[in-house]
Design a protein around this ligand. Structure first.
Ligand code: SF4
Length: 421
């Protein structure tokens, strides 16, 4: 891995957030992107099979083992042949999706650059079955379900935590899993069940809370673990023949925890360049320009353009805490189905904190939302506004699927910033 840092000049301005919105810097970077895009356009080679399946046995909703990528058919070294179609760059973080929408960057990209949104909203990728499990916990007698606020309105198969709360269930919004520990201490006669939803950014906090509960010998604190790990989902995305991704904007928050080593396979196995970026306009444009520079040079590596927050080694303490409490397990993602080793389950020493194992609540049969295309939106195969329900039946005040509920959902971002396509 060669985690270079061409963002160091940005880091110098880290204390002045306005520098990251400086119109001069922004317009300079847009010009740079336009020039790089033009050079890639002029050097383009015709790809004889731009959408050829990577693996004939690959099916949507399943994850194939690593196969050759169209950019790197022999999984050997990157080549500079560009397919005869726009270059597809995916941002895989919901915060990036919102930042790109807010800044209007899709509309200023050259015609041969296509920005796609991926599955980076943790609430959105949580499968209905997991949401139903959390909702089932509200029916456990003498219990309080503690959740982050963004989960409240997310619809499960037939209800939501908000609806349960309205109907009298004890549902409490917390801002940290440690707040749920306090809730358990203050309500010793109740079972407090924390809804553990989120990526590697959240999982270490939940792990630390479980360790805290163990240290306090708390017997009334439990967790539903529906955490997701980002790198296995990236493998699924790169392996998707419908997407043909050319480059990835990697999530800044998750990378502060896991560093860049877990992304190495993207460059080494698939020949796809990737850059970790921050969330300000200049960060994002810098990341895109670095990706295009790699493509123009036929170079493929993982770069950090967000070194004011991300170390190549990540946060080893957070990772160690997460690994001490959780073990990887297969997990169901909305839009993807089962992805091997993409979830977290409690290790044997901590299994007594598993709410579903402790109480075995009755969970309703899973139903999907009629007409909702969140799965396709999360896989990046359609844009939010391509959904027939978008902006008509499905609006933020009446969301049909999680991508319109969550503030980081692609549908909500498209609606809020009036993006079409
Ligand atoms: Fe689902 Fe609504 Fe998005 Fe359509 S617009 S994919 S119904 S959340």
């Amino acid at each position: 891995m060669a985690a270079t840092d061409r963002g160091s000049e940005l880091t110098m301005a880290a204390t002045d957030s306005n520098s990251f919105r400086d119109p001069v810097l922004v317009s300079g970077l847009i010009r740079k992107i336009q020039n790089l895009a033009a050079s890639l356009e002029s050097s383009k080679c015709v790809d004889t099979s731009p959408h050829a399946p990577i693996d004939a046995s690959f099916k949507a909703h399943s994850v194939a083992p690593p196969k050759a990528h169209p950019n790197n058919p022999n999984n050997s070294k990157p080549n500079t042949n560009r397919p005869n179609r726009p270059i597809r760059i995916m941002e895989v973080c919901g915060t990036h999706t919102v930042a790109i929408a807010r800044a209007g960057f899709r509309s200023v990209m050259p015609a041969n650059i296509k920005l796609l949104s991926g599955p980076g909203c943790p609430v959105c990728v949580t499968a209905n079955a997991d949401i139903d499990s959390i909702i089932a916990c509200t029916r456990i007698p003498n219990s309080i379900v503690a959740t982050f606020g963004d989960m409240l309105r997310v619809p499960g198969s037939s209800s939501s935590l908000q609806q349960c709360k309205t109907e009298g269930a004890a549902v409490q919004v917390v801002y940290s899993p440690l707040d749920a520990i306090k809730l358990a201490q203050d309500n010793a006669s109740k079972n407090v069940i924390f809804a553990g939803v989120g990526f590697e950014t959240t999982a270490p906090l939940v792990a630390a809370s479980i360790k805290r509960a163990a240290a306090l010998n708390l017997k009334n604190f439990f967790v539903v673990t529906a955490h997701k790990l980002v790198p296995p989902a990236l493998r699924a995305l790169i392996n998707d023949p419908d997407l043909g991704l050319d480059a990835l904007i990697l999530p800044g928050h998750v990378s502060t925890v896991i560093g860049v080593a877990p992304y190495e396979f993207i460059a080494k196995e698939f020949g796809v360049p990737a850059v970790v970026t921050g969330f300000e306009p200049v960060d994002i444009l810098q990341g895109i320009s670095q990706l295009l520079t790699q493509l123009a040079n036929g170079k493929t590596t993982i770069e950090i353009a967000y070194s004011r927050a991300v170390m190549p080694s990540g946060n080893p303490v957070a990772v160690a805490t997460m690994n001490e409490v959780f073990a990887p397990c297969d997990a169901n993602w909305r839009g993807f189905g089962l992805i091997p080793n993409s979830g977290l389950t409690l290790r044997e020493e901590y299994v007594s904190y598993d709410a579903l194992k402790r109480f075995a609540p009755e969970i309703e049969a899973t139903k999907e939302h009629q007409g909702c295309l969140c799965g396709e939106v999360l896989r990046g195969t359609i844009s939010a506004s391509d959904c027939p329900l978008f902006g008509k039946v499905c609006v933020p005040a009446n969301p049909i699927g999680p991508c319109m509920v969550s503030s980081e959902g692609s549908c909500a971002a498209h609606y809020r910033y009036q993006i079409v396509g």
